[in-house]
Design a protein around this ligand. Structure first.
Ligand code: PEP
Ligand code: MN
Length: 350
């Protein structure tokens, strides 16, 4: 059940509700509603006679199962990483190589994507590869290079973690922990990153429904880690012309269903370099809070995902266009202009 408390509700109201839930052995937690008030989320229901404290502005027994991720009674949330606000006004850009391949190549890529306008540096140190014989990443050595790139450029860094046992190590270096598509349903891993107090980027499973994706986010939130960013990265479809199909319908849908910020990954979402720009900008037009792109100075030479990696010049173009499109999406024509146009048309038609 969800109990919405007004901004001026006394603290005694939420305390009484949490006490009642605890007495009945029902897990409960509070979270801000983004408007100054509080949401009390209870796993189960409290009897009516316990729901009378001052400041209760709504009681909802019927709600979506992902109670902490749900948009119900909540403003959209912003995840802050250093100076970067994911879910704010300006689209956020996370860019860098697919894999960290060495110190010099990573530093070169970091400076290049920074110059192109990226906010956050991406790079994989632990790589989920389809074949066990493919390059699996540099591991901790790669994390050290990532930290050096952050020190040189000032950009926060994001990198993937694949196993619960690796979480502490990766969290030592990363500003955002990435959960890849293949691990969206790895519940022990989700629980483990839920114990962190550090942003997590949760990619959608390549065959996962939107509600399953949000339930996975719920695992992280339920651990008390409220800093979750969603990433639509393409789903399996029938057409081998592209690697995956970037499901842009999921973007406005997720915005309706959850308060969590959402970004799009047109690199894995297409698998094709020449399609990345169009789909990045389309993602912003669909309402995404940012983009996640594989980019480096010599894309053709990348050890992993070369076919979808773009160069910094193209990244620069994408970032500029994305900002313009994001701005265009906020435009509201005043109604009188619409009415005027209708009147003019009517007079011409007469
Ligand atoms: C990646 O970002 O390099 C990656 C492996 O992504 P995904 O989990 O979406 O395949
Ligand atoms: Mn990749």
């Amino acid at each position: 059940m969800i109990i919405a408390l007004a901004a001026d509700a006394p603290i005694s109201t939420s305390v009484a509700l949490l006490d009642a839930a605890s007495t009945l052995r029902k897990p409960a937690r509070t979270m801000p509603d983004g408007r100054g008030g509080l949401i009390v989320a209870i796993d189960g229901s409290l009897p009516d006679d316990l729901l009378h404290g001052p400041g209760i502005r709504g009681v909802h027994r019927q709600h979506r199962p992902y109670v902490l991720a749900s948009r119900e009674h909540r403003e959209r949330s912003v995840v802050t990483v250093g100076d970067v606000r994911v879910g704010g006004e300006v689209p956020v850009v996370m860019a860098g190589p697919c894999s960290i391949e060495g110190r010099d190549s990573l530093l070169r890529a970091a400076h290049a994507v920074r110059a192109a306008g990226a906010d956050i540096l991406r790079g994989g140190a632990f790589k989920p590869r389809t074949s066990p014989y493919s390059f699996q990443g540099l591991g901790e050595e790669g994390l050290r290079y990532l930290a050096e790139a952050r020190a040189q450029t000032g950009m926060p860094v994001i990198t993937e973690v694949m196993e619960p046992e690796q979480v502490d190590l990766v969290a030592e270096y990363a500003d955002i922990i990435q959960i890849g598509t293949r691990n969206m349903s790895n519940y022990p891993l989700l629980r483990r990153v839920g114990q962190l107090r550090k942003p997590v980027l949760l990619k959608r499973g390549m065959s996962a429904r939107v509600d399953e994706w949000l339930m996975s986010a719920e695992y992280i939130l339920a651990g008390g880690n409220m800093e979750v960013i969603l990433c639509e990265r393409g789903i399996r479809s029938f057409d081998p012309a592209t690697r995956f199909t970037l499901d842009l319908t999921a973007v406005p849908l997720a915005r309706q269903l959850t308060h969590l910020p959402i970004i799009v990954d047109p690199s894995h979402g297409t698998g094709v370099r020449s399609l990345v720009s169009a789909m990045a900008v389309a993602g912003i037009a669909a309402g995404a809070d940012g983009i996640f792109i594989e980019a480096e100075p010599n894309p053709e030479q990348a050890t992993s995902d070369a076919a979808q990696t773009i160069d910094p010049d193209e990244l620069y173009q994408i970032i500029q266009r994305s900002r313009l499109v994001a701005e265009a999406m906020t435009v509201r024509l005043p109604q009188p202009m619409v009415f005027e146009a209708v009147r003019e048309f009517a007079s011409v038609a007469d």
